[in-house]
Design a binder for this molecule. Structure first.
Ligand SMILES: O=C(CO)[C@H](O)[C@H](O)COP(=O)(O)O
Length: 480
């Protein structure tokens, strides 16, 4: 059955009464003229929403991948979990062209296929191209020129496809949504793009305002997961577009199922957003230092600094100390300056004389300090290991220096060949230590989480018997 896109009718699983009402509606829509049908459908929606019912939300899985065969496999698993519409993501279309749409339509004839072309120009031509490849819905950029939008609408009507407008970089989304509806767009997509999400942008806040001013279905997209998809539904979204939290999951079907259950739940839990700092710390505690280094394009790793206490994870904000060979006065004074969740980062300049030991480490434990990093040596390694606080250094030795007091606290220092400023995020694990400049901490934490999700997915595929070069298609993507 070809999904009736307007009625969002391709909604398995749905309750029998809703099924009958939608079938009745489809019958009505066949026999009524458009305005009458339009009014009836509005009445239908108002009655359902008045009763507090949820209109079964469409889950659109966004296949932002590079390989069509992997995309098809992931789409299959997502549909098993309850995804309804299948999106050929922009990266997939840029990588595989219209063949991606053709293959998806061939594999999933009973599911609406959306081509996320993000059309900015030559609307008619690109809509025609996608329609002929089998797309049911085509995405254009909401801030494309009106002439492009209007010509895309003419082409969409001619080829029997629907149009969705992506508000990703629109200055005034509420006004633009109304203009786009007037020009004949079928769906509005309130979207926080992947890069925008890394800076904390969230599509939900504007959703309610847009749903109020347009009569066409509104989609939400941008880092959605089970909780935020439900919030988007509560804010009035009829379609939730989910990419990474399904496609990069190590269990795609389960992830899609969680989103299906969450958006269909009658009671949607209140979702209290954490502060940016809380979310940053939480994300950094979930990822590894290799994930973070990858998220920074292989940057940020400290050289020759190793964990002195095995199997310890450390996340904190830097209190920096500049000292000189073995001089431990400023290092110990820094314990009084640092607070809960800080990391004391020391440049000592020698690998043979320790400015740090067991007593200082115990003092840090008392203050809730997250850990210590020294470009230099430590001593009392047995005591430090018993205390269990994360300590990273270049070496451990038996001898210490004297408390002369040279140097300073909270100046810019160099540690492990990395520049460290007070307040920068410091993350350590058994791989080593990375430093993240505080201004980019949230963005890097989000990007590192994407790296981690992607690696988990690759791990899953290799576990099924593939190899790294196969899943990465190394030969195909080697730099020409
Ligand atoms: O259009 C997109 C990016 O430009 C993505 O498809 C959209 O953001 C959904 O993916 P995710 O849930 O990973 O954000």
């Amino acid at each position: 059955m070809h999904a009736d896109l307007w009625l969002l009718a391709d909604l398995p699983p749905y309750s029998p009464d809703l099924y009958c009402r939608i079938k009745y509606h489809q019958f009505l829509s066949i026999i009524t003229i458009y305005p009458v049908r339009f009014i009836l459908i509005q009445v239908y929606y108002v009655i359902k929403l008045q009763k507090g019912d949820h209109i079964n939300t469409i889950i659109q899985v966004a296949l932002d991948l590079l390989e069509i065969d992997r995309a098809i496999q992931i789409a299959r698993e997502a549909v098993q979990g309850g995804a309804n519409w299948i999106e050929a993501g922009t990266p997939l279309i840029k990588s595989e062209g219209m063949n991606a749409v053709r293959q998806l339509k061939k594999e999933f004839p009973d599911h609406a296929i959306l081509a996320d072309m993000k059309i900015a120009d030559t609307g008619a031509f690109e809509v025609e191209m996608a329609a002929k490849a089998g797309a049911d819905i085509v995405m254009l950029l909401g801030n494309a020129d009106d002439s492009t939008v209007k010509d895309a609408v003419r082409s969409a009507r001619k080829y029997g496809v629907k149009l969705m407008a992506d508000l990703i970089i629109v200055e005034d989304p509420v006004t633009r949504a109304q203009e786009l509806e007037k020009m004949g767009i079928d769906y509005i997509n309130m979207h926080a793009g992947i890069d925008q999400q890394m800076t904390g942008k969230d599509p939900t806040p504007l959703l309610e305002r847009i749903v109020k001013v347009v009569n066409i279905p509104v989609a939400a997209a941008g880092g959605l997961d089970a909780i935020t998809s439900a919030q988007a539904t509560k804010a009035g979204a009829s379609i939730v577009i989910v990419g990474g939290n399904i496609t990069q999951s190590d269990d795609v079907t389960e992830s899609a199922k969680k989103i299906r259950e969450s958006v269909d739940a009658i009671e949607i839990p209140e979702f209290k957003r954490q502060t940016l700092e809380q979310e940053t710390r939480k994300l950094l505690s979930e990822v590894s230092t290799p994930n973070i280094s990858d998220a920074m394009h292989r940057k940020g790793a400290m050289k020759n600094i190793h964990s002195m206490v095995a199997d310890k994870k450390m996340v904190g904000t830097a209190v920096t100390v500049q000292t000189f060979e073995g001089d431990w006065a400023k290092s110990v004074e820094a314990i009084e300056v640092a607070g809960e969740g800080d990391v004391i980062v020391i440049y000592n300049g020698s690998h043979h004389i320790a400015p740090w030991g067991g007593l200082a480490t115990l003092s840090c434990l008392n203050k809730g300090i997250a850990g210590i990093v020294i470009d230099g040596a430590v001593r009392d390694i047995d005591e430090i290991r018993r205390i269990g606080l994360p300590v990273f250094a270049t070496s451990n030795v038996p001898n210490a220096g004297d408390p002369k007091g040279f140097g300073e606290i909270n100046a810019t220092i160099n540690c492990g060949s990395q520049v460290v400023n007070p307040g920068d995020y410091i993350v350590g694990d058994d791989n080593g230590v990375v430093v993240i400049e505080k201004e980019r901490a949230y963005e890097i934490a989000r990007r590192a989480k994407e790296v981690e999700k992607n690696e988990k997915r690759l791990y899953e595929e290799i576990k099924r018997g593939s190899t790294l070069s196969e899943v990465l298609k190394l030969k195909k993507w080697e730099k020409m």
